[in-house]
Write a protein that binds this ligand. Structure first.
Ligand SMILES: [Zn+2]
Length: 681
C-alpha cells in the first residue's frame, strides 16, 4: 500500500510557479494559510486556502499539489542525470549508454515518423493470422505481463486479459509466488463501463469514437464496426470484474489453483495454450485473486466470436504502443486518456515524458546516481532517528490498548521488531544487463522493456524472497508498505522539503514526513496488515474479540468518509478508502507522540506565532493541499484506494490534541464529540 502521492500529484514534472521559486523558508508555509477560514470549520482550506486561490493547474496537468516544488526538484535532478548520460559517449552495453539510448530513441520524433506503422505491423499481422480459439489462447498468453501489484503499489488494472504479480506467497512468504489478476479493460475501472449516469454514457460514446480513430490511424478497415465490437467485448469483461473494494479484500483473494485445475474452474479459454504462450508451463500453481472474474472472462473467450477477440487484441496492441508510434496515434491517445478522462489540456513536454519513460524501464540505474548525489548520510541518519521514535510510540500505543488480547499484542510487537525500514535507497540494485536497448528503436525498447520486467519476475518464481528488495526507485516522490515482506520504503525524493527539512523545527518535520512514516508503519496493522504476521505469512493473528472491536471502530471511520461529497452526484467511498484512512488516523497519532517524545519535555519553539502543536497539525494539513480538474477528481474517487487530499486533511478531527490546539468547539463544522472520534491505535 502506497501513500497515494503519485495520484495526488500526477507523475512526472510540473511547471515551476513563480511564487514557489520565491525565497526559501523552513517549517510550515505560512503564506499558504487562509486565516479567514476557521480551522474547526474546514481545516483543509485553513491550511491551504491562500495557496489554492493563487494557484492555477498547468494546462499539461490534471492535478497539482502543494509540494509541487519537491516533485519539481526531484524530477529536474533526474532529468539532468539522464540528459548528462544522453550527451556523453558511454561505451556500448554500459548502463549509462542504455539510459542515453532509451532517452534519445524517445526524443527522436523524426525517426519515429519515418518508421511510420512498420514497428506495429508484424504484431498486427500475427493477430490477423490467428485461425482458431486455440491459436487465440496462445496469443493471449503472449500478452501476459508483470503489470499489476495487489498489495505494494496497489495497481489492479491491466489492459491485458490477465495480469501477473510475482511476490512472496500468501501461504509461503519465504518464496516468490505467482498471483494472477483480472484484466482486459482499457478504461481505468469497470465503473467506466457499467455506471449508469449521463456523464459515463458520454465517456463511453467518446471512447468508442476513440477506438475507431485508433483503428483508422493504424490503417485497418471497417474501423467503426471493429470499435463497436471491441467496446461491447470490454463491456462484457467489465460485467465479470470484481469492484475495487472487493479486490482489496485479501481474504477473498487467497485461492490457489494448480495449473491443471484452470480448465475445470474457469472453462472456456484453452489454458494449456495460454500458459504455453505466457512461458509458464512449468509453473505448478497460481494464486487466483478473483476466481469469479477468471471464470467469467474465460467463458467469454469461448462464447464471443474469434473476430471480436482479434479486434480486441489488435486494438490493445495499437493502444499499448501508441505513445511510441507516429504523432497522430500518440495525440489521439492523449485526446482520450489525457483530455477526456483526466481533463488535462495539453501533453507534457516531450523531454518530461522521456524522463518518465527512462524511470519506468531503467529506474534503478538512474536511482543509483540520484541517491549518491542528492541524499546525504546526515539526512539518512535523521530520518532513521525519526523512524525509531515512531516505532517506539507504536509500541507504547499497543501496550496501552485495553481491548487487545495479550497474545495479539505480542504478535503486533513482534511485527514491529522485524519490520525492515528502507530509508533513501535500496541496499542492492536491479541488474538490467539482459535488457537490450537500441538507439533508434523506441517502439522495440518499450516492448522489450515490458518483456524484460516480465521475464525477470517469472525467473524468480519459487526462489527465496529478498525482504530488503525495494518496490520504488529513490527518485520517486512517494512511500510504500510491503506487507508480505514486512517492510517499508521511503525513497530519497520524498525525504526533502517540505516533507523533510533538516533545517525545519521538529513540529513541521513530524507533522509532514512523520505522519507519512506513521501512515506506512500503521499499514502493518490495518485491515490488510492484520492478516499478515511478523514473517509476512497470511495468518489470522487476532482474536475474534480483537477483530470485532477493530471492525466496529473502522466502520465508524468508513461512515465518516461516506459523508464527504466532492460532487452532488458522487461521494467518497468509505469502504474503498478505509485502509488508507485508518493509516492516516494512526499515522498522525503516532507522529504526534513521536514529536512530543522528541521535544523531551522542552517547550516547542514558535514559528510566526504558531505553537508547536499548531505547526504539527498545519504541516499535516499542508501535505494534502492540491487542486484537481473535475474529470481527474472523479476518476480518483472511483478508482483510487486513497480519499482525495481535501478529505485526508480533515482527519485531524479524530485526534483529541487538535481541538485545544485550535480552540475547536461544538458548533464548528468538523467538531466531533469525544465519543464520535475514531480511535483505533
Ligand atoms: Zn497507505
Amino acid at each position: 500500500m502506497c501513500l497515494g502521492l503519485a495520484a495526488a500529484l500526477g507523475i512526472g514534472l510540473m511547471a515551476l510557479h513563480a511564487q514557489e521559486a520565491a525565497q526559501e523558508t523552513h517549517g510550515i508555509a505560512v503564506t499558504n494559510l487562509d486565516r479567514s477560514v476557521k480551522p474547526g470549520d474546514d481545516f483543509y482550506l485553513y491550511a491551504n486556502g491562500d495557496w489554492i486561490k493563487r494557484t492555477e493547474i498547468p494546462p499539461d496537468r490534471s492535478r497539482i499539489g502543494v509540494f509541487t516544488k519537491l516533485d519539481e526538484v526531484g524530477s529536474k535532478r533526474t532529468a539532468a542525470l539522464i540528459e548528462e548520460a544522453a550527451k556523453g559517449h558511454a561505451g556500448a552495453a554500459t548502463s549509462t549508454r542504455k539510459i542515453a539510448d532509451l532517452y534519445n530513441s524517445y526524443m527522436d520524433e523524426a525517426g519515429i515518423e519515418a518508421k511510420g506503422l512498420s514497428p506495429l505491423k508484424p504484431i498486427l499481422d500475427r493477430i490477423t493470422a490467428i485461425r482458431d480459439k486455440k491459436e487465440l489462447a496462445y496469443a493471449l498468453g503472449t500478452t501476459l505481463r508483470a503489470d499489476v501489484d495487489a498489495l505494494n503499489n496497489t495497481n489492479f488494472h491491466t489492459p491485458n486479459l490477465f495480469g501477473l504479480w510475482v511476490a512472496p506467497g500468501f501461504n509461503d512468504s519465504e518464496h516468490y509466488t505467482a498471483y494472477l489478476l483480472q484484466g482486459g479493460l482499457q478504461m481505468p475501472d469497470r465503473e467506466y463501463y457499467l455506471a449508469e449516469s449521463e456523464r459515463m454514457n458520454k465517456v463511453r460514446g467518446t471512447y468508442q469514437a476513440h477506438v475507431a480513430a485508433m483503428f483508422k490511424f493504424a490503417g485497418m478497415s471497417d474501423a467503426d464496426a471493429r470499435a463497436k465490437r471491441v467496446v461491447e467485448l470490454e463491456h462484457a469483461l467489465a460485467e465479470r470484474h470484481l469492484s475495487l473494494a472487493e479486490n482489496e479484500d485479501i481474504h477473498k483473494a487467497n485461492n490457489t489453483w494448480s495449473q491443471a485445475e484452470f480448465g475445470a474452474k474457469a472453462p472456456g479459454l484453452d489454458w494449456p495454450e495460454y500458459f504455453r504462450g505466457a512461458g509458464l508451463t512449468k509453473q505448478a500453481s497460481f494464486i487466483v485473486w478473483q476466481p469469479k472474474a477468471f471464470a467469467g472472462e474465460s467463458a467469454l473467450v469461448a462464447s464471443e466470436s474469434l473476430d471480436a477477440w482479434k479486434d480486441w487484441l489488435a486494438y490493445h496492441e495499437i493502444e499499448g504502443g501508441a505513445g511510441y508510434l507516429p504523432k497522430e496515434l500518440a495525440d489521439e491517445r492523449f485526446e482520450f486518456f489525457g483530455k477526456a478522462l483526466t481533463g488535462a489540456q495539453q501533453q507534457r513536454p516531450r523531454w518530461q515524458r522521456g524522463v518518465a519513460l527512462v524511470n519506468a524501464f531503467l529506474g534503478d540505474e538512474v536511482g543509483k546516481v540520484y541517491a549518491q548525489k542528492y541524499f546525504p548520510a546526515e539526512s539518512k541518519a535523521r530520518v532513521e532517528a525519526m523512524v525509531t521514535n515512531l516505532i517506539a510510540s507504536f509500541n507504547k500505543r499497543i501496550d496501552a490498548l485495553d481491548w487487545m488480547d495479550a497474545k495479539t499484542k505480542a504478535e503486533a510487537k513482534a511485527k514491529l521488531g522485524t519490520l525492515y525500514v528502507g530509508i533513501g535507497y535500496p541496499e542492492t540494485w536491479k541488474d538490467y544487463s539482459a535488457y537490450e536497448v537500441k538507439a533508434d528503436d523506441i517502439f522495440g525498447n518499450v516492448w522489450r522493456g515490458r518483456l524484460f520486467d516480465y521475464k525477470k519476475d517469472v525467473a524468480r518464481l519459487g526462489k527465496p524472497v529478498d525482504r530488503k528488495e525495494w518496490s520504488m526507485t529513490p527518485q520517486t516522490v512517494n512511500a510504500v508498505n510491503l506487507p508480505l515482506q514486512n517492510a517499508l520504503n521511503f525513497p530519497a525524493a520524498i525525504l526533502q522539503p517540505p516533507f523533510f527539512d533538516p533545517q525545519a523545527p521538529d513540529a513541521a518535520n513530524y507533522g509532514a514526513i512523520g505522519t507519512v512514516i506513521g501512515h506506512e508503519i500503521s499499514h502493518t496493522f490495518d485491515t490488510e496488515g492484520a492478516a499478515f504476521d511478523s514473517k509476512g505469512r497470511v495468518r489470522n493473528w487476532w482474536t475474534d474479540a480483537d477483530l470485532k472491536h477493530f471492525e466496529q471502530a473502522t466502520a465508524k471511520l468508513a461512515a465518516q468518509y461516506d459523508t464527504y461529497k466532492p460532487f452532488p452526484d458522487l461521494a467518497v467511498n468509505g469502504k474503498q478508502t478505509l485502509a488508507e484512512n485508518i493509516a492516516d488516523v494512526a499515522g498522525i497519532s503516532a507522529a504526534y507522540d513521536g514529536y512530543h517524545a522528541a521535544l523531551g519535555g522542552k517547550a516547542a519553539p514558535e514559528q510566526d506565532g504558531f505553537s508547536g502543536d499548531q505547526q504539527f497539525f498545519i504541516a499535516f494539513g499542508q501535505n494534502w493541499g492540491g487542486k484537481s480538474r473535475e474529470a481527474a477528481l472523479r476518476q480518483q474517487v472511483l478508482t483510487d484506494s486513497h480519499a482525495p487530499g481535501q478529505y485526508r486533511a480533515l482527519t485531524v478531527r479524530n485526534i483529541d490534541a487538535w481541538y485545544p490546539a485550535f480552540s475547536v468547539t461544538g458548533g464548528e463544522k468538523l467538531y466531533l464529540t469525544p465519543a464520535e472520534r475514531v480511535r483505533i491505535w
